[in-house]
Design a binder for this molecule. Structure first.
Ligand SMILES: [Zn+2]
Length: 362
C-alpha cells in the first residue's frame, strides 16, 4: 500500500502567522549511471537490467529533488581496503569478455566498468554526504549488486562489494563509527567477512535462514576486537512484517542506539518481499517502509541524518519498485508506516539471547 505524499505546505508557524510556509521539496543524493544498465546476462537471469528500470521508476515518482552524484570508477586504493589486489587484477582481465564467475554470477563485455563505477559511485555518495554539514540522505541503485562479494571472490550475482567499499571509504575520510544494516533476504556474507574483526563498522543483518549463502547464524558475532560488532538475525522462511518489526524493535534499533553510528548505510534488498521469486519471506512494501522509517530516526539521532540506501537484491519488479518507493518516502518524505507486532517469535528470542552478551536488550 502506497502512503500519501506529505503535504506541500506546513502549518502556519508561530513566527509568521500571516502566510503559510511552503515546504521545499526534500533533497537527496542519487547514484545512478548508464553503465549500470550495461551489465547484461545472456538469456534470462533474475539479476537483469529491468530491475534498474523498476528502481528508477521508484526514484522518479518520489517527491524528491534528486542531486546526482558524479559517478566514477572505484580506484585501486578504494577497492584494496576490502578486496585483495590480486582479485581486482583478475577482474580487470575480464574487461570486454563474457562468461561466468560461478554458476550464478555472469559477466559481460561491460560488466567490469559497471562494477567499478557501482562501487565508485557508492563511495562518491558517501563522500558527498560527509561534505554536507546538515546531513543528507542518499539512494544508490548500483548494478551489479555487492553484498555477497568476498575479499577475493565474486559470488551471488556480486563482483565488488559496493557498500563495503563505501563504508571503508567513510572510515578513511575520518568517520569513527559506521553501521551497515542489511535487510536483503540473503545474508551479506561478503560484507560480514570484510568487517568481522573491525569494531568501527557494525554489521547487522536480517535474513532468511537456512538459505543462500549459508552463513549468518546467530552465533556469528565477529572476532577479536570486532566481537559483538556483527549481529545476525536469522529468520525462518515465511515470516512477514511482524517478524521484521520484532527484529527491528527488539534488536536492530536498540543496538544502533547504543552504537550511535556517525554514518548509517543500508543494504536495501527487496527480495524479502512476499512476491519475490527467489526467497520465501513475506514482507509487504509497508514493511520496507517501516524499517526504513525507523533507521531514518536513528540516523537523525546519531549521524546528523546521514543515511545511504544501497540497492542489493529484489527480483520481482513490482515488489522492487513498490518497496523502494516506500523506503524512499520513509527516508526522505517523512512518511510513516504501521505494521503488526509478533511478541513471541522464537527466531527473535534466540537472536536476542545471542546479542545480549554484547548489547543491552530488553
Ligand atoms: Zn538478496
Amino acid at each position: 500500500m502506497r502512503r500519501a505524499a506529505p503535504p506541500e505546505t506546513s502549518q502556519m508557524s508561530d513566527n509568521s502567522p500571516e502566510k503559510p510556509v511552503t515546504r521545499a521539496t526534500p533533497q537527496a543524493l542519487l547514484v545512478d549511471d548508464q553503465s549500470f544498465e550495461q551489465h547484461r546476462p545472456t538469456g534470462y537471469h533474475p539479476e537483469r537490467p529491468e530491475r534498474l528500470t523498476a528502481a528508477r521508476a521508484a526514484a522518479e515518482h518520489a517527491n524528491v529533488s534528486w542531486q546526482r552524484v558524479a559517478v566514477r570508477e572505484a580506484t585501486d586504493d578504494q577497492l584494496a581496503r576490502v578486496h585483495s589486489p590480486a582479485f581486482v587484477e583478475s577482474l580487470e582481465k575480464l574487461r570486454g569478455h563474457r562468461g561466468y564467475l560461478d554458476p550464478d554470477t555472469y559477466y559481460c563485455e561491460q560488466t567490469i566498468v559497471a562494477a567499478r563505477r557501482a562501487a565508485g559511485g557508492v563511495a562518491a555518495m558517501v563522500e558527498d554526504m560527509l561534505s554536507k554539514t546538515d546531513g543528507s540522505v542518499g539512494v544508490a541503485m548500483p548494478r551489479p549488486p555487492g553484498h555477497h562479494a568476498r575479499p577475493s571472490q565474486a559470488m551471488g550475482f556480486c563482483l565488488l562489494n559496493n557498500i563495503a567499499v563505501a563504508a571503508a571509504h567513510a572510515r578513511a575520510l575520518g568517520v569513527g563509527r559506521v553501521a551497515i544494516v542489511d535487510f536483503d533476504v540473503h545474508h551479506g556474507n561478503g560484507t560480514q567477512e570484510m568487517f568481522y574483526r573491525d569494531p568501527a563498522v557494525l554489521y547487522i543483518s536480517t535474513h532468511q535462514y537456512p538459505f543462500y549463502p549459508g552463513t549468518g547464524a546467530a552465533d556469528e558475532i565477529g572476532e577479536g576486537e570486532g566481537t559483538g560488532f556483527t549481529v545476525n538475525i536469522p529468520l525462518t522462511a515465511g515470516g512477514g512484517d511482524s517478524v521484521y518489526r520484532g527484529a527491528f524493535d527488539r534488536i536492530v534499533l536498540p543496538v544502533l542506539e547504543q552504537y550511535a553510528p556517525e554514518l548509517l548505510l543500508v543494504s536495501a534488498g527487496f527480495d524479502a518481499s512476499a512476491r519475490d521469486p527467489l526467497a520465501e519471506m513475506n514482507l509487504s512494501e509497508r514493511g520496507f517502509g517501516y524499517m526504513t522509517q525507523k533507521l531514518t530516526v536513528q540516523a537523525r539521532r546519531s549521524a546528523r541524518g546521514r543515511m545511504g540506501l544501497v540497492l542489493e537484491g529484489g527480483y520481482d519488479l513490482v515488489a522492487l519498485e513498490a518497496g523502494l518507493a516506500d523506503a524512499i518516502s520513509a527516508a526522505i518524505g517523512d512518511a510513516t508506516f504501521e505494521v503488526p507486532t509478533d511478541p513471541e517469535n522464537p527466531d527473535i528470542e534466540r537472536a536476542v539471547r545471542e546479542a545480549r552478551a554484547h548489547w543491552k536488550l530488553a
